[in-house]
Design a protein around this ligand. Structure first.
Ligand code: FE2
Length: 298
């Protein structure tokens, strides 16, 4: 049976923005972004120098790691295979971070004072390389919303900026799913309980960086139920979309169901955003799940 199709207009919001420093010529898109749409910037390229282009090789990543990650606040760079690459890769990721910061100031200025915990990644592997070696839970080619087992978010949002930097012309292919309220109504009845004692223990023994709240337990269960449900994966509402090289896109990845199907070479910037830093907190997964649960979840 073919996948039920969503329209591009229902999941994407396209912008003519072509600069990392200029506001959107069509005005603010913050409301559509907060409703869970992918803000698609087909003309926003991140241009690499010849020296940076030479870094685009899978051999630069530590074979034990999926990606190269950079924390611009601590300067911590992880995932490089060869120490000799450190200055060049750190330089690229620091430059990318500065561009993303300017983009937020231009496109989403209301978030500037609230975003925290920046991390960016250089993704050199083809998406398919990781699919083969992953368990279903780590398989990001299955539709999911982001929720991390070791990093409880306590309701905070995960804002991500992606840029396809493939020099050979390959698009990044995503499947994008239905809006979060619909998704939550679909999965909420199947989500299980929460044990404060287990959450406390998991934190004490170091499984989680901090205590998992009811919200974190629900989000993690929803992530797993989505990925393990073959019928939802095949027949759930979705749209397949190609992000060509030289394009960027922004979404709240804890809200927008997504699956990475194909592509290689990408830069990605993540921030956390407190719910109270949103223009419309009622669209947050926390508030949507709280309205279904009929209680506070933190
Ligand atoms: Fe994801």
């Amino acid at each position: 049976m073919p996948n039920p199709i969503l329209t591009p207009e229902s999941v994407l919001c396209e912008s003519a923005c072509n600069s990392w420093t200029q506001p959107d010529p069509q005005g603010s898109r913050v409301t559509e972004l907060e409703k869970g749409k992918v803000l698609y910037l087909p003309q926003l390229a991140f241009v690499l120098s010849p020296q940076e282009l030479a870094l685009l090789d899978v051999s630069r990543v530590d074979p034990k790691r999926k990606n190269i990650s950079y924390n611009p606040e601590s300067g911590r760079l992880t995932g490089i295979a060869d120490e000799a690459d450190r200055p060049a890769i750190e330089g690229l990721l620091a430059r990318h971070y500065q561009s993303c910061k300017m983009l937020i100031a231009a496109l989403l200025p209301e978030y500037q004072q609230h975003l925290h915990s920046p991390v960016n990644t250089l993704r050199l592997h083809p998406v398919t390389a990781w699919r083969k070696s992953s368990s279903w839970r780590k398989d990001d080619s299955r539709l999911h919303v982001d929720a991390f087992p070791s990093r409880p978010m306590h309701g905070e949002r995960i804002l991500r900026i992606f840029t396809n930097i493939n020099p050979q012309g390959g698009s990044r292919e995503w499947r994008i799913g239905e809006d979060f309220p619909q998704l939550a109504r679909r999965f909420y009845p199947r989500l299980g309980g929460y044990s404060p004692l287990t959450s406390w223990l998991q934190h004490v023994v170091g499984i989680t960086k901090r205590r998992r709240t009811r919200y974190d337990a629900l989000m993690l269960q929803m992530h797993d139920k989505m990925k393990s449900d073959a019928q939802y994966q095949q027949q759930g509402l979705q749209l397949t979309f190609q992000f060509p090289p030289g394009s960027s896109w922004i979404c709240f990845s804890d809200q927008t169901p997504h699956a990475a199907m194909a592509g290689q070479f990408m830069l990605e910037q993540t921030w956390q955003l407190p719910v109270l830093g949103m223009k419309h907190p009622e669209h947050s997964p926390l508030r949507v799940l709280e309205s279904l649960a009929g209680r506070a979840l933190l």
